[in-house]
Design a protein around this ligand. Structure first.
Ligand code: AMP
Length: 393
């Protein structure tokens, strides 16, 4: 029943489609990034094409990897990590963010060769060690004030900067760094790629955009509303792997369910389930990454129109599925992350209508399901389905 390709392999495939090479795919797999976040899908290809970016995204959207990965990919392609002078400058508002962003560069560049050297510089600590550290850096992640200090001490030059990233640009302005930023812009080569990320798009960000960016591609992390868990009644059935299929059919038939969204973790399971459900007289179809867009649209339309009882989906497509009044969501297999669990069950209980979310749990899922409940801050009632008579289902 399980997909023969491992989870890690599948994750790599979707990042690969974005144009990332093996050393980065390996690092991404090690970081256990399940699949690209939407902002990464949107930003990575454009950054690789050398476009300027105006990104509207908050912390938590995956914005950091959205610029770190393509920048590292560009190093990999041109192999120009010469260390003569930094070719990438990332400006950030706070020392914490500087350390954090530099950390992401370091983690994700771990398999690159030649090595890419990333150094974080920020105020509030002695400048001397940083003067030494910046030597030979390919990527500098800096708060504006300390960077200007280092420049005035001639600890580094910015003449080789090809890519400038302004991370949390709105916060930099809020903290009063506009003067420092202007001074820095004046010292940077005019011919460069500029990537700006900001949580908001106010007038001052628009000013920067107009002054310093060239025909930027605009990318935006759409914030999804957190589902109202109070509207969703959650239930879990404890069962075995072998009884999952019959149990699902039993629940659908005895519960007279007419519109059920079933989540699985692999395309193989999705396709198998479709065959079994149809064989048992339950109208079902699957949407997943290996189905073409027109088929997905058609399945979704049929499901919405009530022509299909069951739609089976992988997480890849769970975002954006918006069906008003969807009464049932079933986790045939649990998602890896608690966030995805909430996201999945949030497909029901929308628009102030109560919905039901059912998870099928095997003994192997026990611990993971415990973690999911803990993260969600809500306990889910569990029913032992061992005694259910599934004959004929
Ligand atoms: P950020 O918005 O950049 O602060 O990232 C938020 C968190 O999401 C960080 O902990 C990242 O490690 C994590 N993250 C970024 N991209 C992914 C991804 N594709 N899959 C899973 N986690 C990710």
């Amino acid at each position: 029943m399980d997909d023969p390709s491992s989870g890690a392999e599948k994750n790599k495939q979707s990042f690969k489609a974005l144009g990332l090479s093996e050393p980065l795919l390996k690092a991404v797999a090690e970081q256990e990034y399940a699949r690209p976040y939407p902002i990464q899908w949107d930003a990575i290809p454009s950054i690789l094409r050398g476009k300027d970016i105006l990104g509207i995204a908050k912390t938590g959207s995956g914005k950091t990897a959205a610029f770190v990965l393509p920048i590292l990919e560009l190093f990999h392609r041109t192999k120009e990590a010469t260390g003569a002078s930094p070719s990438v400058l990332v400006l950030v508002p706070t020392r914490e963010l500087a350390a954090q962003v530099a950390g992401v560069f370091q983690e994700l560049s771990i398999h690159l060769f030649p090595k890419v050297k990333t150094v974080a510089v920020f105020g509030g600590v002695a400048i001397n060690p940083q003067m030494i550290a910046v030597h030979g850096a390919d990527i500098i992640v800096a708060t504006p004030g300390r960077l200007l200090d280092l420049l005035s001490q001639r600890a580094l030059r910015l003449s080789g900067v090809e890519i400038l990233v302004l991370d949390e640009a709105d916060k930099m302005l809020e903290l009063g760094f506009d003067e420092e930023m202007s001074q820095l812009f004046d010292r940077l080569p005019k011919k460069r790629q500029t990537i700006l990320f900001s949580a908001t798009l106010g007038d001052s960000i628009q000013d920067i955009n107009e002054k310093w960016l060239r025909l930027p591609v605009r990318v935006e992390a759409i914030e999804e509303e957190a589902p109202n868990l109070e509207l969703i009644s959650q239930l879990a059935y404890k069962t075995s792997l072998e009884r999952k299929g019959p149990l699902l059919r039993y629940l659908i038939k005895t519960g007279n369910m007419t519109q059920v969204l079933v989540f699985v973790s692999s395309t193989r399971t999705a396709d198998n389930l479709v065959v079994k459900l149809n064989k048992n007289g339950i109208q079902a179809a699957a949407i997943h990454g290996q189905k073409g867009q027109s088929i997905r649209t058609e399945v979704l339309r049929d499901f919405k129109a009530g022509k299909l009882t069951v739609m089976i989906a992988t997480d890849l497509l769970s975002r954006g599925i918006d069906i008003p009044l969807l009464p049932y969501v079933v986790n045939f297999e649990l998602p890896r992350s608690p966030k995805d669990y909430v996201h999945r069950i949030g497909r029901t209980g929308r628009a102030e209508a109560a919905g039901k979310a059912i998870s099928l749990i095997t003994p192997d899922d026990d611990h993971h399901f415990y973690i999911i409940q803990k993260k969600m801050g809500k306990r889910v009632e569990q029913i032992d389905a061992a005694d259910f008579d599934l004959q004929g289902y």
